[in-house]
Design a protein around this ligand. Structure first.
Ligand code: BF8
Length: 591
């Protein structure tokens, strides 16, 4: 981190090699510091996303933002109640103002009081563990600042102390980032309900003005979708049949979950969307946007349009987005796409035919809704009964990205299928959702084309048929990466209903093709909760035996979870099943 370095040291003695840096920092110190900085990168990203949503909700509530509304009053009341905000006889705007103010405070305050969203959404037993560890943040920004400070040259050198700060950043990510972003997005745009749609590059339509939205911010993508509907006549005047909006990466998931928009590509396939030669505009906001897109777009008629003041890309057209002028700006963006249509070279159009049907929209509310058709009085009962009797052996949340290092192994597909075969219920978010959707794993009609354990398949079919479907899909799409907070909500409900710790539940998380610092931060939050986390590739911690041992073993006695680093999908399946088996045995369930 300093200009005497970079340190190139080995954690063990080797002839002619240094074991400490010139300042005395050990490999343990350096590795712990680097890990904390990675987690900060992720937590800062999610927190700024949450900030966008909180500012927007406050502006809507106070009448400054008239081009958006509060679509989900029910969700607003539910969030308000969990935060202790009075709801009786109050207007939507008054409640929203209080909720948004609490969210903004949670992001920025630096008193000694725990974050309100953390207090409201943390599982009770986890909260007690965090209190004992003294890692509960009062606000999101302070630990981010403090983490950068303490890891700069000449500060915190105690790897244990730094790892505790890392666990704190996991909580910042989970509650200051994911939970606020998701809950407030639901209030403004609606809580996802089951929807039917399509996935893969075949969703790009040859005769249409195609616009891909890529990034994470629903404030932009929802507006583009709305304005595109209005500007259809202009697209027809330009010779197209209409406007086709498709989603890339997480903003794709946001629009799929709430509006049923097709998801064309995961983050790694964004270039391919442009290379169809049929994309008029790729509209991006923040996170996971590769700079190469500027160069790829320059090979075609495609306009790459950046919209955030802090995300500009060489070669892109920058049209800055602001919620106050959202309609006007979205019209300008969609207008650029329509204008580009006449520049399309038909000879270069090559749209792959791959397309799969998708059934998505599994928010916790939607899952509870589906289960309540089996038991209206106690919707979680059928889920719990089937976990207890072993029809559902365990639940694994598979999240994160497509990493070129692991893609060639088809890591995600192999992991998911291996778990399904063993009656493990699989829930997905982020780009993992794209990968599994493209594989057909979200098509209820294909449920019999995959090798799925008999117990799990029976449950999926029973719940599906109660909702008028042939089955639930093999994997349940719970949303974008910030929507991992939905998994946290489900874990809280299950652990508190059963009166056990989250770490006792037969639940594991996996980021089988991890790329980003955000995935590291989400994984850290899962470890905080007591959910063991599998990752591939391995985190950059192996230079420190101590840090590796703490995360892969020692943490078990602290939060009840461990980090599992495994590059081989078949071994990962066995290890995850072993973790679930251990939990089942401890709960005295059949293993
Ligand atoms: O936040 S899964 S590549 S798009 S980091 Fe990025 Fe990974 Fe995709 Fe969404 Ni999440």
């Amino acid at each position: 981190m300093c200009y005497m370095g970079p340190c190139r040291i080995l954690g063990v003695r080797a002839a002619g090699k240094a074991t400490i840096g010139v300042c005395g920092a050990t490999a343990d110190t350096i590795v712990a510091r680097n890990l904390l900085r990675e987690t900060i990168g992720g937590a800062a990203s999610h927190t700024e996303h949450a900030l966008e949503m909180a500012e927007a909700l406050l502006d809507i509530a106070e009448g400054r933002l008239t081009s958006y509304t509060i679509k989900d009053a029910g969700k607003l009341i539910a969030v308000a109640k969990s935060l202790g905000v009075p709801t009786e006889g109050r207007s939507k705007e008054d409640m929203a103002k209080d909720v948004a103010t609490i969210a903004l405070n949670d992001i920025a305050k630096y008193d000694k009081e725990p974050m309100a969203f953390l207090k409201a959404y943390a599982p009770k037993s986890s909260y007690e563990t965090w209190k004992k560890l003294d890692i509960i943040p009062s606000g999101a920004m302070l630990p981010i600042m403090n983490g950068m400070h303490r890891t700069s040259m000449g500060n915190d050198a105690d790897p244990v102390n730094i790892l505790l700060a890392d666990l704190k950043l996991g909580l910042v990510d989970g509650y200051g980032g994911l939970t606020i972003a998701t809950e407030l997005s639901d209030i403004i745009f609606g809580t996802p309900k089951p929807v039917h749609s399509y996935a893969n590059l075949g969703t790009i339509k040859e005769d249409y003005v195609n616009i891909a939205v890529h990034g994470h911010n629903p404030m932009l993508s929802e507006k583009i979708l709305e304005v595109a509907e209005r500007l259809e006549p202009r697209a027809r005047e330009a010779g197209a049949k209409g406007i086709n909006i498709v989603g890339v990466c997480c903003t794709g998931n946001e629009l799929l979950m709430r509006e049923g928009v097709s998801i064309a590509a995961n983050e790694m396939q964004a270039e391919s969307v442009i290379a169809t030669g049929a994309l008029e505009a790729m509209v991006v906001d923040f996170q996971c946007i590769w700079p190469i897109l500027g160069q790829v777009a320059s090979c075609y008629h495609t306009k790459l349009i950046t919209t955030m003041p802090y995300v500009k890309i060489p070669g892109a057209l920058h049209i800055e987005f602001s919620s106050e002028h959202a309609d006007e700006i979205a019209e300008k963006i969609v207008g650029e796409a329509i204008a580009a249509y006449s520049n399309r070279d038909p000879a270069r159009v090559n749209i792959p035919s791959e397309i799969s049907e998708v059934f998505a929209g599994f928010s916790v509310e939607a899952i509870v809704g589906a289960l309540s058709r089996l038991n209206p009085k106690d919707p979680l009962e059928p889920l719990i009964t089937n976990i207890v009797n072993g029809n559902i052996y365990g639940v694994v949340g598979i999240v994160g990205c497509p990493n070129p290092k692991e893609r060639k192994k088809l890591y995600t597909e192999r992991l998911v299928k291996g778990l399904l075969k063993n009656n493990v219920m699989v829930i997905v978010t982020g780009c993992t959702a794209h990968i599994t959707a493209q594989e057909g794993l979200m098509d209820p009609n294909k449920i019999d084309s995959f090798e799925i354990g008999a117990g799990l398949k029976a449950v999926l079919k029973a719940v599906g048929s109660a909702s008028g479907l042939p089955s639930l899909p093999a994997v349940l799409h719970m949303g974008s990466c910030v929507d991992n907070s939905r998994i946290g909500v489900l874990l809280k409900a299950l652990s508190e209903k059963l009166g056990v710790k989250v770490s006792d539940l037969p639940v594991v998380a996996s980021a089988p093709e991890l790329i980003t610092e955000k995935a590291v931060a989400i994984g850290t939050w899962a470890l905080d909760l007591g959910v063991s986390v599998h990752v591939a590739p391995a985190l950059r911690i192996e230079g420190s035996k101590m840090v590796t041992e703490v995360l892969t073993k020692g943490l078990k006695d602290i939060t009840g979870s461990v980090l599992i680093q495994e590059e081989d999908p078949d071994v990962a399946i066995e290890t995850i099943l072993g973790t679930i088996r251990e939990k089942r045995l401890a709960l005295k369930l059949n293993a």
